[in-house]
Design a protein around this ligand. Structure first.
Ligand SMILES: C[S@@+](CC[C@H](N)C(=O)[O-])C[C@H]1O[C@@H](n2cnc3c(N)ncnc32)[C@H](O)[C@@H]1O
Ligand code: SF4
Ligand code: SF4
Length: 360
């Protein structure tokens, strides 16, 4: 998964997921923290770029409590997490506690803030198409800044993924995003622009893509991935996302069971997109453990359209399709590169399966 878990963390996550599934002993293993809902941009399709910011000391305390509860990874989201003055302290605290730390960002502040967040494991940077298209949705000059951010993070050794939100203004431009990812030597993630980030049941709005064009893009992404393009979404995630905007329940919702999102005010939600329509238990006021006990655990959600969240749900199910494409029969070139010289001229055995080399 794109959180780049170490072997030990992956084993802890698997154990925690089993405990939750089999014994009903839930724990916040994968947590989105929104240090701020403020943002330096105002994208045409986003309704989550205004509001409160968390105090840095509260963020640090939440991380300590999460680690004590067995959390494996945290993703700083927003708003724009790099617009929070304490983001560096929170990243460092997360890493000191042994958490895998990722950041979802528009990338524009990365060149300036790279030293502060250099210890993060992963950055996911929004890139919605070629320059004119991206800037149409995100404001003039922001494509250049986002790509400068991607280069800065890559050059510091962070694992980088571009992230395209497919909307009305950019549908059909996924190949350009893949080309940029290829040029940078990174991967790219894709997801639909839903009606509202604060109400996932609003599956579409005027800024959302036309359904037929959107589904053609997803079909193309599946075909390109099969041919080796750096599409980071798992096949099962693409299959699920293709159904948007038709309601599509995941087999097992991990929201409030192994996942949680914590808003700037301390509210604890099952995931980044659900539960904002009602009062939420508060982790800053009452502690993470108590708030997570009372978190909403949805049973009938059919709105899992964030590709990272839904991959976690399929992982919670231990769905073997998540491994599809990670293992592949070797090509003749792979065999020639690996086999000792005396065997290289001989055809490879049919059943040899090797791990596909991961793009870094
Ligand atoms: C709310 S942003 C926060 C992180 C950062 N500010 C950014 O833009 O990447 C997280 C993700 O939500 C996406 N997003 C914004 N509006 C959306 C919508 N209406 N539907 C789906 N995703 C959306 C953004 O493109 C981004 O990939
Ligand atoms: S998508 Fe990200 S960058 Fe754009 S307004 Fe929303 S929070 Fe800000
Ligand atoms: S199924 Fe719904 S509630 Fe559960 S994680 Fe996905 S979006 Fe969140």
């Amino acid at each position: 998964m794109s959180d780049q878990l170490s072997g030990v963390s992956a084993a802890r996550a698997a154990f925690g997921a089993l405990r939750s599934r089999l014994l009903g002993r839930h724990a916040p293993l994968f947590v989105n923290i929104e240090p701020t809902h403020r943002c330096n941009l105002a994208c045409t399709f986003c309704d989550k770029h205004e509001g409160e910011a968390m105090r840095t000391e509260d963020g640090v305390r939440l991380l300590e409590e999460l680690a004590a509860l067995g959390a494996v990874s945290v993703c700083f989201d927003g708003g724009e997490p790099l617009a929070h003055p304490g983001i560096g302290a929170m990243v460092d605290k997360g890493r000191d506690l042994g958490l895998a730390v990722s950041i979802s960002t528009n990338g524009t502040l990365l060149p300036r803030r790279i030293d502060a967040i250099a210890r993060a494991n992963v950055v996911k940077i929004s890139v919605d198409g070629p320059e004119a298209i991206h800037d149409h949705g995100r404001g003039a000059g922001n494509w250049k800044k986002a790509l400068a951010g991607a280069r800065a993070a890559r050059d510091r050794g962070l694992w980088v993924a571009l992230r395209m939100t497919i909307a009305e203004h950019n549908v059909g431009h996924h190949r350009e995003v893949l080309r940029l990812a290829e040029e940078l030597g990174v991967e790219a993630l894709f997801q639909p622009a839903i009606g509202s980030l604060l109400d996932a049941t609003r599956h579409a709005a005027a800024h959302s893509p036309h359904v037929r064009a959107y589904r053609a893009s997803i079909d193309d992404l599946v075909a390109l991935k099969r041919r080796g393009a750096p599409v980071a979404n798992e096949y099962v995630a693409l299959e699920h996302l293709r159904e948007w905007p038709d309601p599509n329940p995941v087999p097992f919702c991990g929201g409030g069971r192994v996942m949680a999102a914590i808003g700037p005010e301390g509210g604890v939600y099952p995931c980044g997109r659900v539960g904002r329509d009602r009062p939420a238990p508060n982790a800053i006021a009452h502690g993470v453990a108590r708030a997570f006990d009372d978190v909403l655990r949805p049973t009938d959600c059919a709105s899992c359209w964030c590709t990272l969240t839904l991959a976690n749900c399929y992982a919670y199910r231990f769905d073997p399709r998540l491994l599809d494409g990670r293992f592949s029969p070797p090509s003749l070139d792979d065999w020639r590169a690996l086999a000792p010289p005396e065997l290289a001229a001989v055809a490879p055995p049919n059943d040899l399966v090797m791990l596909r080399r991961k793009r870094a």
